[in-house]
Write a protein that binds this ligand. Structure first.
Ligand code: GTQ
Ligand code: FE2
Length: 342
């Protein structure tokens, strides 16, 4: 090892004053492996529920959505749950409408509570029920409405921090409260929601999945059809929601998954490049992340930074089901994907 370079002299003062730094001063940033600023962190449903309930009376649903954004404590107040993803919990009371708008960050929703509210995407009402997974891709008009008698709560996931890092954020408010809902209700499900049967007259091949809703019934059917398999030693019976035309991820920036951990199942530890956010759909368990135990139950949301060693375990008396979003498609496209088991 060479002796450390002295950096407090007149020469270094000169370069710093003129917005220059020597590589010898900052070389420690070229770390041997990722060192995320985001930390592993868990938001418990008991807390989320209280906050969501209070938000419903504390703030009206005005032009902005009533969505509680989950800020990672390691990211100094940035609008980010991990370095690339933001997760939020949104609540819509009976009769409420969230104004139509569009933005370049892509969004997904996972319905936590309540049935029958809608997101209208590009003029198509998508009716949502518990456990459904819903898409609002890059630059698509969307408004949310609750024409039912129950409060609905869902998790939002967006690629906001990534879009911001790339300086590609655009946003536009619609001049109307509701965009025109001219298309058939749940039309994308009729067109693309039947495995292995695709409409021959449709020529568009969008970069995002043209299927706007993946219903919980179909998801559970798929998981249970595979419950006697070994699955992955790291993820259990894990399925990716796919783009029906390409078989790839639902969006260019986000991969979304659902995984079943059977009673007593204890998965092996692994680290991967890229960050994710988990949401507990059902059951109880424990995830060890870099040596810290996170005990989870239904409704909890957990941030998992890049390269954190993690292992999931079902500690409950029945199945456990985890939904997750990650930036994997970006990582893979750019050639950065790596994994390690220690
Ligand atoms: O529901 O359209 O959590 O635009 C953040 C930004 C939700 C939404 C969020 C949004 C939305
Ligand atoms: Fe939005």
């Amino acid at each position: 090892m060479n002796a450390p370079v002295k950096t407090e002299d007149a020469f270094h003062q000169l370069i710093h004053e003129n917005h220059m730094w020597g590589l010898w001063e900052i070389a420690s940033q070229m770390t041997p492996h990722p060192r995320p600023q985001a930390i592993p962190y868990q938001w418990k449903w008991s807390l989320l529920e209280k906050v969501v309930r209070q938000s419903a009376t504390a703030v009206p649903v005005g032009d902005e959505r009533r969505a509680m954004q989950l800020f990672n404590p390691g990211l100094n107040g940035q609008w980010a749950t991990t370095n690339t993803l933001i997760a939020a919990v949104q609540v819509l009371l009976p009769g409420e409408i969230a104004r139509a708008h569009r933005h370049t960050p892509s969004a997904i929703r996972f319905i936590m509570q309540g049935n029958g509210a809608y997101t209208a995407v590009e003029g198509e009402k998508v009716l949502m029920h518990e456990g459904d997974f819903v898409l609002t891709a890059n630059w698509q008009w969307h408004d949310h409405g609750n024409e039912t008698n129950e409060t609905v709560v869902w998790m939002d996931g967006l690629d906001v921090p990534l879009t911001k890092a790339l300086d590609c954020i655009f946003f536009e408010m619609h001049k109307e409260l509701k965009a025109e809902h001219a298309k058939p209700v749940n039309g994308s499900k009729a067109l693309y929601g039947h495995a292995n049967l695709a409409p021959t007259w449709v020529k568009e091949r969008p970069r995002f999945s043209p299927l706007m809703i993946y219903s919980f019934d179909q998801t559970m059917e798929a998981l249970h059809a595979l419950r006697d398999r070994d699955g992955s030693p790291y993820e259990g019976i894990a399925l990716e929601y796919t783009h029906p035309q390409t078989g790839g991820p639902v969006m260019p920036t986000m991969s979304c998954r659902i995984q079943l951990l059977r009673r007593g199942e204890k998965l092996k530890a692994r680290r991967v490049t890229g960050s994710s956010v988990f949401h507990v759909v059902q059951g109880q368990g424990r995830t060890l992340i870099d040596g810290n135990a996170f005990d989870w139950g239904k409704g909890d949301i957990i941030a998992l930074p890049s390269w954190a060693l993690h292992a999931h375990e079902n500690t409950g008396s029945g199945d456990a089901i985890l939904f997750s979003i990650s930036d994997r498609p970006v990582i893979e496209t750019l050639g950065f994907y790596r994994e390690a088991t220690s």
